[in-house]
Design a protein around this ligand. Sequence first.
Ligand SMILES: Nc1nc2c(ncn2[C@@H]2O[C@H](COP(=O)(O)OP(=O)(O)OP(=O)(O)O)[C@@H](O)[C@H]2O)c(=O)[nH]1
Ligand SMILES: [Mg+2]
Length: 317
Amino acid sequence: MPLAEKILAGDIRAAARLMRDIDDGFESAHDELKSLYPHAGKAYLIGITGPPGAGKSTLVDQITAEYRKRGKRVGIVAIDPTSPFTGGAILGDRIRMNRHADDEGVFIRSLATRGYLGGISRSTGDVALVMDAMGMDVVIIETVGVGQDEVDIVRMAHTTAVVMVPGLGDDIQAIKAGILEIGDVFVVNKADRPDADRTARELGAMLDMNVRKDGDWQPKVLKTEASRGTGIDLLVDEFESHRSYLFGSGAIDRFMAEKCARIFMEILKERLFAEVMMPLRADGRFDCFVDDLVGRRTDPYTLVDTVLAERAAIREE
Ligand SMILES: Nc1nc2c(ncn2[C@@H]2O[C@H](COP(=O)(O)OP(=O)(O)OP(=O)(O)O)[C@@H](O)[C@H]2O)c(=O)[nH]1
Ligand SMILES: [Mg+2]
């Protein structure tokens, strides 16, 4: 029986196996994903991002507990920047979310970035799709950092929470531009620390300066103490408010259209590139190209023109 069929029948181990195949980049995973695609699209995706150590994993664990209380099944995708050699943080995530290990309503999967940023978003999206098709009501994606690559990841989520910590207030200006735009909810975690109120106030003031059109979503700043579970119920309420806004306002239509277009283009880009690149590597021409470029005997534009012209000629035959 194909993995997809088993997964749709509720086989957890088949799901784990497919996620491994996806992460390893196996071609066979694509066929399984084709079968699962029509069954996905029901899960609510939440992205949790923020600087290292802000308490994202602790929050994810608490948010999961809260959704479990509300009777929802929860999938967790934790994207880990750690090198495959140390594996330290993956272990950390596992430990922090350990109490859910025996809960059948929770499915946790860590993905290492392996230092290859281009690949994260695809396998993350595909793993989230499997969780969605498995019948997880909520899928939480934890990503590290607030750079451009992470922004791409969280654009996959219906709702994105940006997690900060007190004291970061002075540096908010220095945080990469765009952070205020990506958050649907802002969380000041570690609210037990001094300065939490000030950070929340400053963040709120910056958000107020961002001009939004009437009827647009206005992100709020919430304080949490993830390690004790304080403020989590209100945070989950806020997620649900944002979800209602998305569906109630019709904003979901544009979000989905943009997301689907992006995924299609990513896959197309990847496949076209592989199709052109593989033969060049196989017959050693690529190495010659590089030599010629280094020696300035030709230029990259001419080489790409040549390769594409050859490809067009082959296709015409
Ligand atoms: N004081 C305090 N510490 C917290 C709170 N929440 C989390 N921590 C601690 O902060 C540290 C980092 O927490 P994590 O949940 O691993 O943070 P993270 O953002 O997932 O970290 P990375 O995934 O490594 O980027 C841990 O030691 C937590 O126990 C909080 O509300 N207050
Ligand atoms: Mg973490």
